[in-house]
Design a binder for this molecule. Structure first.
Ligand code: SAM
Length: 506
């Protein structure tokens, strides 16, 4: 899923909530305490996609259920965890520069430093040699073992690792910290079996494993009880979900059941693979206004021969057939996509086909990347023919084409009334920021009390990435009061984090 890399410091979040799951809790008095008996403190820095952001929320939940306390910076924390992303080389390098900076400042000595996620899985125990200050290395497929690894650290082991990829378990937590005050993430499928030739995910997140429909629906109900009205279902290939429960729901049926949970106003899902994007998903969206008017459908390229080398298993024509179906739905559904430029063997003509795909589909948002060769992927067997400079040139051209498309599309909305869920407020500018069901960002003059409300805003002007408007109906819904919150921060601090998580995931 295509967010530009977002870096989210998820230590003391804006208006976070905890959604406890049933079951026994560790006694916070006995674990996670320092020598003086006070609670140990932790800080998690997250790189990458929504799945990583949500994994960090779950890891934070595991730590908090053991009595650890979140703090606002590396400096204050006794345990510092980096949840890493290795989707592109630049992303993977970030953790090494963080660890280097720590070493230079000499500030890591008294801390436990852990590396989680995709780079942890990729580098494994080599981390201990490359960065001797690291004590914990754990890939996402081993998060179920985190409590055990923490026990080992607490009993004095210097170095522990969880790197087993061969798992059929999902990461279920007794407690999940919720860092976004308006939108709750909910993983329905972990891992990936697709083996696209450019993509490292199957090697870092392990095989596909789906959560059962009853667990998903139970979590949805708990989230609504906790005050959430918007849920985003997550998976590397969210629509490859298969119900392991006896009900055997299809993905479209699951969407309908989630949409029917009383109290939910908005349901999003990401990332969909075109190959599994069936018409029953479109029918489900048409019939259930709770399912948002938005589909993120990564194309990766507009050229059938590039798609074949990428092992995407669809052609340009098949992709276009899916988008035409989506665009002929009974209500307008906004489309976004991911594009890789400069993949192995991509010619100027292939690239032009990608540009023409953008013109033909008229996406509302495109996340675009230069191809970055990744370890253990099939594409390493192909020649990386496009020089970096040319990849950069193609990327800039593509982004300019898309900028013009978006500007046109956004300007066509001027004068319309849209419903937004207000996600943040900036006291400095007096601006509130909300999101429409079709995932467009709208700025308008607001107040801190607007956050969490659904308001009607008339669009008055438009840029290529966001809209500006005036609130025409301030009655709105009153903000649901969350039943459980931890350490609320002023609302003004929430606007950045609520939006910086990006719209579409990984
Ligand atoms: N699982 C999703 C799928 O297959 O559609 C995509 C998830 S991925 C984390 C997000 C996006 O990063 C991809 O859709 C792709 O556009 C981009 N990406 C993945 N591997 C890449 C690579 N080696 N170089 C450049 N971009 C890459």
């Amino acid at each position: 899923m295509g967010t530009e890399l977002v870096q989210i410091s998820s230590s003391v979040p804006a208006q976070p909530r905890e959604c406890p799951e049933p079951g026994p809790r560790a006694n916070p008095g006995s674990l996670g305490t320092s020598a003086e008996g006070s609670a140990k403190t932790f800080y998690i820095e997250t790189f990458g996609c929504q799945m990583n952001v949500h994994d960090s929320e779950k890891v934070a939940g595991v730590l908090m259920s053991r009595g650890y306390q979140p703090v606002g910076s590396h400096e204050e924390a006794e345990i510092v965890l980096y949840n890493t992303c290795s989707i592109r080389e630049k992303a993977a390098q970030k953790v090494f520069s963080r660890l280097g900076a720590f070493k230079k400042r000499g500030s890591g000595a008294a801390k436990v430093i852990g590396v989680l996620g995709c780079v942890a899985q990729q580098e494994g125990e080599r981390f201990f040699e490359r960065a001797p200050q690291v004590s914990l290395v754990c890939g996402s497929a081993s998060y179920t073992k985190l409590p055990e690894l923490l026990d080992q650290l607490e009993s004095g082991r210097r170095r522990v690792s969880g790197l087993d990829l061969d798992t059929d378990e999902c990461f279920e937590t007794e407690l999940t910290r919720r860092d976004n005050p308006c939108r709750a993430y909910l993983t329905i499928i972990e891992g990936c079996d697709q083996r696209c030739s450019f993509c490292v995910v199957p090697m870092t997140r392990g095989p596909e494993r789906s959560r059962s429909s009853h667990k998903i629906l139970e979590e949805c109900r708990r989230l609504v009880d906790g005050g959430f009205t918007e849920i985003q279902l997550l998976g590397q290939i969210v629509n490859a979900w298969q119900d392991p429960a006896p009900q055997g729901l299809s993905f479209a049926e699951l969407l309908v059941r989630v949409a029917e949970v009383p109290g939910l106003r908005r349901v999003r899902f990401t990332t969909s693979h075109p190959r599994y994007f069936t018409t029953d998903i479109i029918r489900a969206i048409e019939a259930n206004p709770t399912l948002c008017d938005q589909v993120h459908l990564p194309a990766q390229s507009g050229s059938t021969s590039v798609l074949a080398r990428m092992l995407r298993r669809y052609t340009r024509e098949e992709y276009l057939e899916k988008t035409h179906c989506i665009q002929s739905a009974r209500r307008a559904i906004s489309l976004s996509t991911d594009i890789i430029v400069g993949f192995c063997g991509e010619t100027q003509e292939d690239f032009e086909q990608t540009l023409s795909l953008l013109e033909e589909v008229q996406f509302d948002q495109v996340f675009s990347f230069k191809y970055s060769p990744r370890p253990r992927t099939a594409a390493l067997g192909l020649e990386d023919t496009v020089p970096d400079e040319e990849k950069g040139r193609r990327l800039a051209e593509l982004q300019e084409v898309q900028r013009r498309i978006q500007l046109r599309r956004y300007q066509a909305l001027v004068g319309q009334d849209v419903e937004v869920l207000v996600e943040g407020y900036q006291p400095r500018t007096g601006q509130a920021v909300g999101r429409t069901t079709s995932n467009r960002v709208v700025n308008f003059s607001g107040s801190p009390e607007d956050v969490g409300r659904y308001l009607t805003v008339r669009v008055t002007s438009a840029g290529p990435n966001s809209l500006v408007g005036e609130c025409t109906d301030r009655k709105g819904d009153s903000r649901p009061v969350p039943r459980a919150r931890i350490g609320a921060l002023p609302i003004g601090d929430s606007s950045g984090s609520a939006l910086s998580g990006g719209a579409h995931g990984n």
